[in-house]
Ligand binder design. Structure first.
Ligand code: DLZ
Length: 165
C-alpha cells in the first residue's frame, strides 16, 4: 500500500532491519547539510536500520560526492546495501552551479549503475539559500518546510530491498 504525502509517494511498511547504509555528505553549506543528514539518519532508524549499520563520511563539496561514494562502496569490507550522497548547491553569480550540479547528478547515477548498489541523489540544487533551508526543515516560515533527508532514507531502504530481490 502506498500513500501520498508532501509530494512524495512513500511505501508503507518499509523495514530496513539488517541493511547497511553509507551516507556521504559535503562540508559545503554545512548547517543545512547537517540537518539533512540528521533527517536521513532519524528516518533510517525509524525504519529499523541499526545505528551500527549506518556509516557516515564527509567530503569537501558536491563535486567530490561521486568519486567518494564509489570509492567507499568499492573498498567496503562489509558491503553496503545503499548509499545516500548528500550535498547542497546554491546558485551563485557564475556558472559553477550548472557545472557542479550536472557533473554530480550524472556521476552519482553512474556510481549506482556501475557498482549495482543503489545511490540516492541527496543533493539539493537551490536558487536561493531560503530554498535550501526550507528543504532541510529549517525554513523561516511557521511550517519550517520539509526535511528531504526523510525521503532519501525511505528511497534508500526501498531500493536496497528491491536490489536484494
Ligand atoms: C566551488 C564550490 C562552489 C562555488 N559552490 C559549492 C556549493 O554550493 N556546494 C558544494 O557542495 N560545493 C561547492 N563548491 C565546491 C565544489 O563542489 C568542489 O568541492 C570544489 O570545486 C573542489 O573540487
Amino acid at each position: 500500500m502506498e500513500h501520498f504525502e508532501k509530494g512524495v509517494v512513500t511505501k508503507a511498511g518499509l523495514n530496513g532491519t539488517g541493511l547497511r547504509v553509507l551516507i556521504v555528505h559535503t562540508r559545503w553549506n554545512l548547517p543545512v547539510v547537517e540537518a539533512l543528514v540528521k533527517g536521513t539518519v532519524n528516518t533510517l532508524q525509524a525504519h529499523g536500520v541499526e545505528a551500527t549499520n549506518i556509516v557516515i563520511k564527509d567530503v569537501p563539496g558536491a563535486y567530490e560526492l561521486p568519486f567518494a561514494s564509489q570509492s567507499l562502496l568499492q573498498s567496503a569490507k562489509v558491503p553496503f546495501d545503499a548509499c545516500i550522497s548528500i550535498g547542497v548547491l546554491i546558485k551563485g553569480s557564475t556558472m559553477h552551479f550548472e557545472y557542479i550540479a550536472d557533473a554530480t547528478s550524472q556521476g552519482l547515477m553512474r556510481v549506482g549503475l556501475d557498482t549495482r548498489i543503489p545511490v540516492i541523489f541527496g543533493v539539493l540544487t537551490c536558487l536561493t539559500e531560503d530554498q535550501a533551508f526550507e528543504r532541510a526543515g529549517l525554513g523561516r516560515g511557521p511550517s519550517k518546510g520539509h526535511n528531504h533527508g526523510e525521503d532519501w532514507a525511505q528511497a534508500a531502504i526501498e531500493m536496497a530491498l528491491l536490489n536484494r530481490g
